[in-house]
Design a protein around this ligand. Structure first.
Ligand code: PMP
Length: 398
């Protein structure tokens, strides 16, 4: 039965990791992945996570099945992060929140549910977007198109183009929006532009799906929720996927959530019953550990404060790497203005390096980046940044 199976294309980013692992050069640097490393080049285990895990391990709780939608303590904590503690949406009962297997799992549950709800819809993702957006929604059965987003000339958002795309999308289309820290470009909308996107969604009858994979990585928990809060205030119905992979440094625990803002508590009950069917036929119910840790941290005032401090530490370190990279490129005699790197938000920078330059970084220096020129600033540290800056300087100077 497998004789005619064709080899599927390699995932571009995971493929990069494999090539990096096989590289024997000691000075090699992997700027391709979307993972936060500390200044020692290690994935941190946050102190707040460590404390919550210690308490949990000491309690040695039994491992029964969880509710299909995950525990209420977790889902409530997710709503507080997204909508604000005590906010109308977090208290009204009109939001359905289900625990999911990371942000990817949340997008997948949302996509599968949307396919049942709006089988004839098209999905629009930003141009460019996180590679998996297209694959995820296509695998749920949707045709996937793009809306204009990145402007290579300004290295910012082509907002006029984006609005024109949204205004041309058929009513009922699903619009996938990066809530903050756009992956891969690092270019985000301003608060006023978010208001215009909300208005366009309302006018065209579009279905917004906000992907929140980096809450806290740009400016802070509430500041990074600006898009979610703008949609919340609009009275529209929308979807949000949350990921705690980066913000809690819990990548492999697969912790995320899908939230669906409905029009009423009664409507939420019916929507939840349908989403539970999607989950039940996929993986039945979520695993316990990661969600329990996140809920314990978010629901304890002390651990929550500790986590916010640690999150701020990660954010500040990335910012420091942005500034330092720009300064060191200048010091290396690069004439081109790289100051846009400082303005980009989140973990990534679209550097403008060409595929040829990226290839040269790999071949000559063992520095791995995505062929689009995307680099992960969180993989830079005080030890490797000088080497990386020198290498980039050499390839851009030709
Ligand atoms: N959305 C975006 C924009 C992302 O960058 C990522 C992670 N790279 C995800 C979703 C998925 O997150 P997770 O690893 O929690 O599945």
């Amino acid at each position: 039965i497998f004789a005619a199976v064709e080899m599927a294309p390699r995932d571009p980013i995971l493929g990069l990791n494999e090539a990096f692992a096989a590289d024997t050069r000691a000075e090699k640097v992997n700027l391709g992945v979307g993972v936060y490393y500390d200044d020692n080049g290690k994935i941190p285990l946050l102190g707040a996570v460590r404390a919550a895990e210690k308490t949990r391990l000491e309690a040695m709780p039994p491992r029964g099945y969880q509710p299909i939608e995950g525990p209420a303590a977790y889902n409530g904590a997710v709503q507080n992060l997204l909508f604000g503690k005590g906010s109308e949406l977090a208290t009204s009962g009109q939001v359905v929140t289900v625990e999911a297997l990371g942000g990817t799992g949340a997008l997948k549950v949302g996509a599968d549910y949307l396919k049942r709800l709006l089988p004839g819809a098209s999905v629009y993702i930003s141009d460019p977007s996180w590679e998996n957006h297209r694959a995820l929604f296509e695998s749920a059965g949707f045709p996937v198109q793009t809306y204009a987003y990145y402007d290579a000339a300004t290295r910012g958002v082509n907002f006029a183009g984006m609005k024109a795309s949204l205004e041309a999308a058929p009513a009922g289309s699903i619009i996938v929006l990066h809530a903050c820290c756009h992956n891969p470009t690092g270019a985000d909308l301003s608060d006023a532009q978010w208001d215009e996107v909300v208005a366009a969604c309302r006018n065209r009858g579009l279905v917004p799906f906000l992907d929140m994979a980096y809450q806290g990585f740009a400016d802070g928990i509430d500041a990074d929720a600006v898009a979610v809060r703008a949609f919340s205030a609009s009275g529209l119905q929308f979807f949000v996927s949350s990921s705690f992979s980066k913000s809690f440094s819990l990548y492999g625990e697969r912790v995320g959530a899908l939230s669906i803002v409905t029009a009423s508590k009664e409507e939420a009950g019916r929507v939840l019953s349908q989403v539970k069917r999607v989950i039940r036929t996929n993986y039945s119910n979520p695993p316990i550990h990661g969600g329990a840790i996140v809920a314990a941290v978010l629901n304890s005032p002390e651990l929550r404060q500790q986590w916010e401090d640690e999150l701020a530490g990660m954010r500040d370190r990335i910012r420091a790497m942005r500034t330092s990279l720009v300064e060191q490129l200048k010091a290396e005699g690069v004439a081109q203005d790289f100051s846009f790197v400082i303005k980009q938000r989140g973990m990534f920078s679209y550097t403008g390096l060409t595929a040829g330059q990226v290839e040269k970084l790999k071949a000559d220096f063992g520095i791995y980046a995505v062929s689009t020129g995307r680099i992960c600033l969180a993989a830079l540290n005080s030890k490797n940044i000088g080497y990386v800056a020198k290498a980039i300087a050499q390839v851009v100077k030709g």
